[in-house]
Design a protein around this ligand. Structure first.
Ligand code: HEM
Length: 465
């Protein structure tokens, strides 16, 4: 597997008195246990100390920024001095060195090569796959049934991502790929909360969890390398993202053999796209159905809009601009429940944020979950109010008061893909179904890499008209 692309600076030596304020810490372990037990509570409390606060001193120096101006300084002004670093060390077990986990020149090159594959025209080509799978999926739904919407959306977006990335539509392969990723997610989450020496040791030993993870990884590798070999041999140009990436040429490469991606790089990129694009969209859809299912008046307006624009026909990308209320619903849903609830950077060089000196080797978190719910930018921030998203409100809002897709040079490459997919799925499923949340079950948050509902999302399905 590929190695990190930049050398990380050593952990900084800390003079506590020179740090911004933050909550008190326990000796030796600092905030580690609280972070695992009550991540969001700790972040909320830390933000109460100021727009730039010290989140933790031990075992690593970590800051929290919660003001849009500081988020911009971190993501944009200082982008050349920060990166992912060891923040994504555990993710590399699964993703290798794709766009999410790479830094420096490798990331720059890959981003330059991959960006054109995400342009409007290319993405539009996947619309039919999305509506088609949505129709197939709802074909199994029963009127009055109670489903776990988190599962439903995960399964639906899994089929879509496997088809758009790999051109595969075989139920058995899709299921096995989904299982391997789910296990990979669990493994990364469990391992990332460990001190690195213990984590590295467990990753090398044949303990049952590691062995299961490695078996799943072997299946993924075998599938992806097999598909790459097939495509290279046949020379056929498919429409799936893997085929497109396989045919990308780097016009700036010094040697012809460096102009194409190696098989290993291709593998890392498609596995990364899969991981970054599947779960996030499923989570966004789940929270949106939950919010619609708890706000019947909003759901009625959403239905009226799609009925008016589409009637009974399938939506296309051209329809999306005519569904402004649906777009407001989705925007507001990702404000309250940002699928990636916090985005962070590691400092490779010292930087200045809000007048404070941040040393190299520190972590700076910029949690969407806190900024998106700040009453300074959003009136009644805990209320679900799609109507707040008027063009005037948007125009007056700081670019980094709302950033579900991050920002700066590392802005989510799949933003356009995700918007189109989520809007098409909302419109397609909303044409025939009404959602009602099972209010007997309290909704709780599970902030893993993405913001899942803990224990699933019980929703009653009601067939419309
Ligand atoms: C609702 C769905 C999605 C949300 C909320 C989301 C959010 C994000 C966020 C917050 C980041 C980090 C940005 C930063 O560090 O500034 C990111 C990065 C990324 N996302 Fe997404 N994403 C979504 C869907 C997708 C899809 C569908 C794909 C691919 C098909 C994708 C691929 C990526 C990749 C490759 C990166 C890393 C970009 C880089 O570092 O250059 N995402 N996403």
């Amino acid at each position: 597997m590929a190695t990190p692309t930049v050398a990380y600076p050593p952990r900084p030596v800390i003079d506590r008195a020179s740090l911004p304020p933050g909550p008190p810490e326990l000796p030796v372990v600092g905030q580690s246990f609280r972070y695992i037990r009550d991540t969001l509570g700790l972040m909320q409390e830390t933000a109460g100390y100021g727009d730039l606060a010290t989140l933790s001193v031990k075992p690593a120096l970590a800051y929290l920024v919660s003001h849009p101006e500081l988020v911009q300084e971190l993501f944009v002004t200082n982008h050349q001095s920060v990166g992912r670093g060891w923040l994504t060390a555990t993710m590399r077990y699964l993703l290798g060195n794709g766009l999410v986990t790479s830094d420096g020149p490798l990331h720059l090159r890959q981003r330059r090569l991959m960006q054109p594959q995400f342009n409007h025209r290319r993405i539009g080509g996947y619309a039919e796959i999305m509506t088609d799978f949505a129709r197939r999926h709802e074909g199994r739904w029963q009127d009055g049934a109670r489903v776990d919407m988190a599962n439903e959306m995960s399964e639906l977006t899994l089929h879509i991502v496997v088809k758009t990335l790999f051109g595969l539509d075989l139920p058995d392969a899709v299921r096995r790929i989904g299982e391997a990723f789910e296990l990979g997610n669990e493994y990364i989450t469990a391992r990332s909360n460990m001190p690195s020496p213990l984590r590295n040791a467990l990753h090398r030993l044949p303990v049952p969890f590691t062995t299961r993870f490695r078996n799943g990884l072997a299946y993924l590798d075998e599938t992806v390398y097999g598909l790459i070999a097939q495509r290279r041999e046949s020379g056929l140009e498919g429409d799936d993202l893997l085929s497109l990436l396989l045919n990308v040429r780097d016009e700036e490469a010094d040697n012809p053999e460096d102009a194409v991606m190696t098989d290993e790089q291709l593998r890392d990129e498609v596995i990364t796209l899969f991981a970054a694009g599947h779960e996030t969209t499923a989570v966004a859809m789940t929270w949106t159905w939950y919010l619609l299912g708890t706000h019947p008046d909003v759901q009625a307006r959403f239905h009226a809009e799609i009925d008016d624009v589409l009637g009974q026909r399938d939506p296309t990308p051209d329809d999306l601009a005519n569904l402004p209320f649906t777009q407001q619903v989705l925007t507001e849903s990702m404000r309250l429940y940002p699928p990636i609830w916090s985005t962070g950077r590691m400092t490779f060089k010292p930087i200045t944020l809000g007048g404070w000196e941040i040393p190299a080797g520190a972590v700076v978190s910029a949690p969407q979950m806190i900024v998106h719910r700040d009453p300074r930018w959003f009136d009644e921030p805990l209320e679900f109010r799609p109507d707040r998203w008027t063009p005037e409100f948007r125009a007056g809002l700081h670019r980094f008061a709302y950033y579900p897709f991050g920002g700066g040079p590392r802005l989510c490459i799949g933003e356009g893909f995700a918007w189109m997919e989520a809007m098409l799925l909302l419109a397609t499923l909303g044409q025939r179904w009404s959602m009602r949340h099972d209010s007997r079950r309290e909704v709780r948050l599970q902030p893993l890499v993405s913001l899942r509902p803990r224990g699933g999302m019980p929703i009653f399905l009601e067939r419309r008209g």
